[in-house]
Design a protein around this ligand. Sequence first.
Ligand code: NAP
Length: 489
Amino acid sequence: MSAHRLAIAIIGTGFAGLAAAIELKKHGHDDIVLFERGSEVGGVWRENTYPGASCDVPSSLYSFSFEPNLNWLRRSSEQPEILAYLRRTAGKHDVLRHVRFDTEVISAEFDEVVNRWTIGTDAGDVVEVDVLVSAVGQLSRPALPDVEGRENFEHDAFHSAEWDHSIDLTGKRVAVIGTGASAIQFVPEIQPQVKQLILFQRTAPYLLPRFDTVFSDAHHALFQRLPIIQKAQRAVWWMAAETLSIAFLYSKPLSRVVTALSRWHMKRQLRGSELLAKVWPDYAVGCKRILFSDNYLPSLRQPNVAVESDRIEEITAAGVRTVDGVVHEVDVIIYATGFAASDFLAPMKILGQGRRDLRAQWSNGARAYLGVSIPHFPNLFLMYGPNTNLGSGSMVCMLESQAEYIRRAVAGLRGGDAVVVRADVENRYDVETQARLVDGVWSKCTSWYRAADGRVANNWPGTSSEYRRRTKEFDASEFVHLSKEKGIS
Ligand code: NAP
């Protein structure tokens, strides 16, 4: 029998869900069920299979601290290897037997009489638990652009996160809409294959070198003999990422250095072409995610590629019409237009105390104490919740902090107990967070970090070390303790 009797449900089995499950299991919890809408674990690393899908954060840092992999094939791994890592990690830590695959959670309601959550799934299951952890991520729902006429296009079209591998792009005329982290990875991969590639760029990204390398047998032998080397690499990349965060958040001079580095890299890659003026960004560095690539700009120089920076006005039956009236006729449209990142926890219906609807409570923007706890929603904890995304660095570090915080939060609970963050504590926290963000770098342009009303709802306003420090302790005085027997205490 497990040391703890709490029944816990976790929604999602990406890095976040696995981090939470493993942390709770390590501390004696075993009555855990994970709901996964897909047929295997992996989250975004299962979903995003576009050509060239990979992680530009080096794997020594973009992996669990408790589960180093000395055998990464390269410094910055490709999607299949990351997915294999997640599968292996889930298996090794005995998570798989807890997972209900192909099951999507559609609702959760808190029952104030027994202090338990009742969860409803698309399979019609009803499951009662003491603790509910949402680990659905910020980038799990692809967003198509709000462009007129999308439904009129008469040929193939798909989103980068729902890559249609049945469509052979060989010899086709292809439109790619978007120039974010996804597009810059697959454009160089498909460019040699297609007849013509028209890249619709609304806003140009800053690019830095990728610093990638293939690890040889000699590297692997060295890592096996001296695992400390990989730990040291993790520390170095962590420091580099923290430095980038400091540049964007606090230091204009450091930001200027990053801008100069990007200019140097981009200019060098575009030497002798006219493209630089077109693809050089016109906003503060760091406002959108800075991208790491060595092959994106060289691919744009190829004769079968055109960068189109005129605004898209309409999708027609034959292609993409820009404001200048030109219809760019294509055979395939690939939407690399990102995700519905501000709609946290959508489309689930979550009802808390007094049947409060989370969506109504968040009508002015999603918010949560430390990104984890929401007033009026006892024993509901979020992984990768509002204001916990990083502008630079490894989300896996943030997720580990959150998993540990949640484990501490539930440590003292017995069945029938619940904790709910005090509204004044959460409010003070939100005021502080937004005050730090309102004039910050992410307020200076539009991006998925900001909701439609301009509120920066996704990003954490500090460094990952600050977040780690602030989540290190669970302060019970910031929460109201509910008990089935004793009422509120
Ligand atoms: P994204 O960064 O949100 O980029 C979407 C792109 O589509 C932007 O260039 C955007 O232009 C453009 N767009 C949207 N609507 C448009 C419209 N109506 N007309 C023209 N262009 C339009 O999405 P993403 O590239 O999928 O990346 C999302 C996030 O996933 C990244 O920021 C990152 O956190 C993560 N990711 C990470 C990696 C990695 O290597 N670690 C790789 C892929 C993705 P605007 O900029 O003008 O809005």
